[in-house]
Design a protein around this ligand. Sequence first.
Ligand code: C2E
Ligand code: MG
Ligand code: MG
Length: 465
Amino acid sequence: MSNDETGTVALSGQCPLVATLPVSAQCDPEFCQKALNLLPLEFCSRLDGLTVLPNRRAFLIALDQAMAERPLQLVLLDIDRFGDLNACFGMAVGDRLLTEVGGRLASLQSPDRLVACLGGDMFATVEPLAPAGPAIPVLVDKLSELLTSAIDIDDTSYFLTSSFGLAQSPKDGATASALLEAAEAALAEGKRWGRGSAVTFRPEFVRDRGRAAWLAQGLQRALEGDRLQVVYQPQIELRDSSIFGFEALVRWTDEAGQAVSPTDFIPVAEQTGLITRLGAVVMTKACQFGAEIRRKTGRPLTIAVNVSAVQLHRHDFLATVERALKVAGLPPEALEIELTERALLEANRDAVAVLAELRRWGVVVSLDDFGTGYSSLGCLTSLPIDRIKLDRSFIEQLPRDFRSVEVVLAVLRLARSLSIDSLAEGIEGAEQAEFLRRCGCRRAQGYHFGRPEPAEAFLSGQIRF
Ligand code: C2E
Ligand code: MG
Ligand code: MG
């Protein structure tokens, strides 16, 4: 092993994966000595092949030992959208970026601080916990600074940003892997809210993740056992309070007999991909109900089904809708799909084409929870929409709150001038209904007119309409 002036230690001939080891990788002499003593096989298995920093396995061993001695601060660093960089500029550039990042981070190594590459674009540092340090340690600024200056590769400058997850031992984890999991949970939480974040672990992050995993398992079993129910809420014409259709809303009662709210399990279904199966089940049942209630009443009633962004982007979404309509014998014009602003904003060109195709069939496309997103107006001009559903949050304060009144009036006027139909959600009282009718809102839905009920309640005539 020889040290040259470029700051690398030559290891040629010893490990086929790596030719050189940055001097800084020797930061923890004890650790490195152990690693080097185990050459060549153990050497390869304990260092990251690209950055030549200690890898996850080596890091966990070193962390376990250090944790036994004193409280520590762990900082996880993840390069933002590294997958996109790889996809755009190629893996070779991606590898060189990682090598450079590894080299830069290695410059922070000290006898008191270990830097490691945990795999992919995730790096970690660990150092003794400062007794009364700032909530986000100065090290995070140093790490960000190191990464923000350009990385030049073949005449092109690349700029990176990163997100951080922080955890402290023993408070956030008593073992190396528990501490790492805590920092990973903090990192994931930060990423939910955007990139470039630095988030310190809080126990609810794990509770949330634990609950999400629990919900996903339960939901999967409910799907297997066909135990998801669909209920239907009447949608009415404000002119005469007659029902023109229904919104299908999924219901799940878990194995302990507890009803779980869709606002809890739909996001989990979206994250796990279960939404595709769940969505197909709801679509099938809803079309079936739509066809039956039309046959029974002889009226051209419609059925609205909530569709998530994930479903809209599936290659087989059109086929799923087509099959459900066909099996039920429901005409496409009797079906409405409700998409949230987020779903519409995320719609890529293929998804917009899917919406256009559905509208060609006669399916109605509506924008759900209108006003809760941040670019509602943009959606109205650029996307194929037949109807907007004014979110309950605007309706709740009507007619007393003058701000809600002004917003609702402006939205109704806008919809009218763009020839887009409007429906107000969450009407709970006669006063709200009357106010909206007088403002020119044509349609509504809410507990005042009817709660969501099982299909049988409407089909059996138990609820008359
Ligand atoms: P959403 O599509 O905006 O549905 C309306 C929600 O408001 C429903 O809650 C409904 O029960 C509730 N609601 C209706 N009228 C009133 C009222 O007068 N007052 C109050 N306080 N609430 C009212 P629910 O069933 O809990 O559904 C919540 C959300 O979950 C839905 O909001 C929708 O975004 C989503 N969701 C429900 N079923 C499905 C589904 O099958 N697929 C997908 N992707 N999402 C679904
Ligand atoms: Mg809806
Ligand atoms: Mg809604």
